[in-house]
Design a protein around this ligand. Structure first.
Ligand code: ADP
Length: 466
């Protein structure tokens, strides 16, 4: 500021000097008035010059400020105006940095919302879409660019949503079908609206299809279990009452007790299969430290099968591969589970195949063998029967819990409806799969397919193979 005053005084002093010089140029007798006029005029001119010079510099500053960008070349000014330029430039830089930072933060927040597995839509006070993430476009069938600033009420026309949106009470959410929902593949969304800011609205949507399906399955499962247990229990209670109230002959008593034992063992079967399933679901997948020699597995299941066929009085022919034709193969996994899976398949084949039928079990190594490394390709144990077969529409559902093609036939032979569900679980836990090929009237083949990593041959057998 002082520099600026000094500058002004310098201009005035220059004006004074010029005025004094002009006064000496006139006639000597021009007098005091002439001298005063010259001095005043010269000082006034110098003041105006100083003023215009200032104006010029102020204009340059203004032009630079109006440009609106700090990046534009700042005018080189000294003194007060120079300081104004410096300070303005610093302020502008700071606010540009703050703007960049808040833009980056906003971008981060929007990226986080974009990455959210839930749908997010931001509406302005009028219910127009200001922003939405990719998931919301899939849930509601809207498009981020095309539908920007469109009213949500016009775009989402599901009756439940329309009532929710127009009702204005957002204290609880709704569930509604997603835009991609079809009869075959229903999609259910849980939608919640929240007010925020000045009349703005946030829409959150979540795909709850799996949750609803799981809930429906849980309800069905509880109903099925109750039914499976209640039926034999009712029969059992009836017999107990009969035994308690009626004076029965010894033979009759024995007959009733036999029937009661049958019902009790049916309940026991259901409970034991349920426990097996829950154990399978609740324990970690089996590692590859344990192994089950294939020959042992097959011989155990063969014995069980023979016993079951005899109990049922069906006289089946059971064909199992000879132990030395198995190449010393072993399956890596939990022996108990492997045995449970195969004995379920052999048991089913015997139970559903009429008397005199044949059940053939085979071991096949599929492509991908490498005898040099002692590894094999996928291994398959197939159980083929000459039973009634299964119609194709039932096949995908056979592994559902309590699903039976013929309920009474399953019960007659002591079925629980859980056998194939257990087999499927065991195979999944071993990284394998259950393959079912069947045709009505032409028998069925149920196969356990194990991944190569679960199939091993003894070193000696591998050497022999080479
Ligand atoms: P279940 O205890 O009723 O046998 P599973 O889960 O073992 O229950 O089998 C489900 C259904 O699959 C059976 O009820 C039966 O209808 C059908 N099924 C299974 N194995 C065979 C087979 N070998 N031949 C014909 N139908 C079969």
């Amino acid at each position: 500021m002082i520099a600026r005053l000094l500058m002004f005084f310098a201009w005035q002093a220059a004006g004074l000097a010029v005025g004094a010089w002009l006064a000496t140029q006139g006639p000597l007798d021009a007098g005091l008035w002439h001298t005063a006029f010259c001095l005043t005029a010269a000082m006034a001119v110098s003041a105006w010059l100083a003023f215009f010079w200032d104006l010029h510099r102020a204009r340059r500053l203004l032009v630079w400020l109006r440009n609106g960008s700090v990046a534009a070349e700042a005018p080189v000014l000294r003194g007060v105006w120079g300081e104004v330029v410096d300070r303005s430039r610093r302020r502008a830089r700071e606010s540009e940095r703050a703007l960049r930072q808040s833009q980056a933060r906003l971008d981060d927040i929007l990226s986080a919302l974009q990455a959210s597995p839930n749908g997010v839509v931001l509406l302005d006070a009028g219910g127009h879409i200001e922003w939405c993430n990719q998931m919301a476009t899939e849930h509601f069938g809207i498009e981020a660019q095309r539908d920007l600033m469109q009213s949500i009420g016009n775009l989402v026309r599901d009756p439940a949503f329309v009532a929710y949106w127009s009702g204005g009470d957002f204290s609880s959410g709704i569930t509604m079908p997603g835009s991609r929902s079809t009869g075959a593949r229903p999609v259910r969304l849980a939608v919640n609206l929240h007010r925020y800011g000045e009349g703005r609205t946030l829409i959150l949507s979540r795909d709850v299809t799996a949750v609803e399906q799981a809930e429906a399955m849980r309800r069905d499962f509880v109903a099925n279990v109750s039914h499976e247990i209640r039926t034999p229990l009712t029969v059992l209670t009836g017999f107990v009452e009969t035994l308690q109230t009626l004076p029965l002959e010894t033979a009759e008593r024995a007959h009733y007790l036999g029937l009661m034992a049958q019902q009790a063992s049916r309940m026991q079967g259901v409970v034991s299969d349920l426990l097996t399933l829950s154990r399978l679901e609740g324990s970690p997948p089996p590692g590859r430290t344990e192994s089950m020699p294939l020959a042992l597995l097959l011989s155990q299941c063969e014995q069980e099968g023979q016993a079951l066929s005899t109990v049922l009085g069906r006289r089946h022919t059971l064909v199992f591969p000879a132990a030395d034709g198995l190449g010393g193969a072993s399956l890596l996994g939990a022996p108990q589970e492997l045995r449970s899976a195969l004995s379920n398949l052999v048991g089913n084949a015997i139970r559903y195949t009429p008397a005199g039928g044949t059940i053939s079990v085979a071991w096949t190594v599929l492509d991908g063998s490498d005898s040099a490394r002692g590894t094999l390709g996928e291994g398959e144990i197939s159980v083929r029967d000459t039973g009634p077969g299964v119609a194709s529409e039932h096949i995908p559902r056979l592994t559902e819990r309590f699903y039976r093609v013929d309920r009474s036939r399953s019960r007659e032979t002591g079925g629980t409806g859980l056998g194939l569900a257990i087999v499927k679980h065991v195979m999944q836990r071993h990284g394998g799969r259950l393959r079912i090929v069947s045709q009505v009237g032409a028998g069925s083949t149920f196969s356990l397919v194990f991944p190569a990593m679960r199939v091993r041959v003894e070193a000696a057998a591998a050497a022999q193979n080479r």
